[in-house]
Design a protein around this ligand. Structure first.
Ligand code: GLY
Length: 356
């Protein structure tokens, strides 16, 4: 088992990465079992695939484990679902000692984490991510949240889990295109923080069938853990994790959620941000070509009908705007991200040409 520490003083925790780790959950968690209720929050299909097995292993080992399911998709991140889960926890006679096991992708992790942060003013939870995106990003760092009519993730908290348990073997059971799309977020870590990792990913992508997912997940988690340990509340360094996300989120909003995968939108957003970086003189043209070549190995969708003004209007509504200033993430060089507060609007619009 590989263990990575997120160093946050009293709130420190480990990310455990190991093939087949889920079968060992009873022994891994036994030291934390004091007779309290353990509630798996997941989706029904995931319960059938993984969760029911997990629950019976835990119950056989003397845990009191039950489960709650969420609907599939972004609809689960609603105020209604949030309050339904809280009511269900109360019905199940859960209390302050209850521990949540969040089993799923980003949506499940965001909702379960927010439930954990607010039920009885905060209870313990573990993240057990089941998608590549959740493994390398959303399960680490404690960002939780739900959507409201006015926008995504506008209600939430930063509330750290007790631990993150990652079984990279789960990726074998997912649709291939889904996993490959998630590699956009993995490339991001190389681009902002580790040129050698970026070069490795680029080589690995030449033979996607033997892509070493476990290795890539591990390195991405190390980088995320390092960044969160240094800047939990996104005062500076953590902002770099938004590389590619400014245009990426705008693309998702413009094309319609569910029309493009998040990892794909981020990958396209990184191409735009790379172009902006070289155009503004941060990164060389050659470095941008190298980044673009790596991203293009993902076979991304074509987005021919993107209106630059609409994209810009979504960019202006982004949560990354603070006091009217957009903190756009650029690359100084490959492997070194930075924020730039003075990217002209027309450059953002012009950058869209590289993805059309
Ligand atoms: N997903 C970006 C972050 O955790 O900060």
């Amino acid at each position: 088992m590989k263990t990575i520490q997120v160093q946050l003083g009293e709130r420190s925790y480990s990310i455990n990465v190991e093939s087949g780790i889920l079968r060992k959950l009873p022994s891994i968690l036994s030291g934390q079992n004091h007779g309290q209720k353990w509630i798996i929050i997941s989706q029904y299909n995931l319960m059938e695939l993984i969760g029911f097995g997990l629950m019976s292993d835990l119950n056989e080992a003397g845990f009191k484990c039950d489960y709650i399911t969420l609907p599939v998709g972004e609809a689960a991140k609603s105020m209604n679902e949030f309050s339904r889960i809280i009511s269900q926890l109360i019905e199940m006679k859960c209390d302050r000692s209850t521990t949540i096991l969040s089993l799923g992708g980003g949506v499940v992790g965001d909702v379960s984490g927010f439930v954990a942060s607010s039920f009885m003013r905060g209870i313990q939870y573990y993240q057990i991510p089941t998608t590549l995106l959740a493994m390398v990003d959303s399960s680490i760092g404690g960002k939780t949240g739900i959507n409201i009519a006015e926008g995504k993730n506008l209600v939430g908290s930063i509330y750290q889990p007790q631990g993150v348990l990652i079984d990279p073997d789960i990726l074998d059971s997912l649709p291939r295109e889904e996993v490959i799309a998630g590699l956009g977020e993995v490339i991001k870590y190389g681009a902002i923080h580790d040129e050698k990792f970026l070069n490795n990913i680029s080589e690995w992508l030449d033979d996607i069938d033997s892509f070493p997912f476990a290795k890539a997940v591990l390195r991405a988690c190390e980088i995320k853990a390092e960044i969160v340990s240094l800047d939990e509340h996104e005062g500076g360094l953590r902002k770099l994790l938004n590389f590619g996300h400014t245009v990426g989120h705008a693309l998702e909003a413009h094309l319609g959620y569910g029309k493009i995968r998040h990892g794909e939108a981020v990958a396209l957003g990184m191409k735009c941000a790379g172009w902006v970086s070289s155009k503004m003189g941060f990164m060389s043209v050659d470095e941008n070509i190298s980044l673009t070549n790596t991203i293009d190995k993902l076979s991304l969708p074509h987005v021919s009908k993107v209106d630059p003004n609409t994209i810009l209007s979504y960019v202006k509504k982004d949560k990354k705007m603070r006091n009217g200033i957009l903190h756009f993430v650029v690359l100084n060089t490959l492997g070194e991200g930075n924020t730039c507060d003075s990217v002209p609007d027309n450059l953002i619009k012009e950058s869209l040409k590289v993805i059309q």
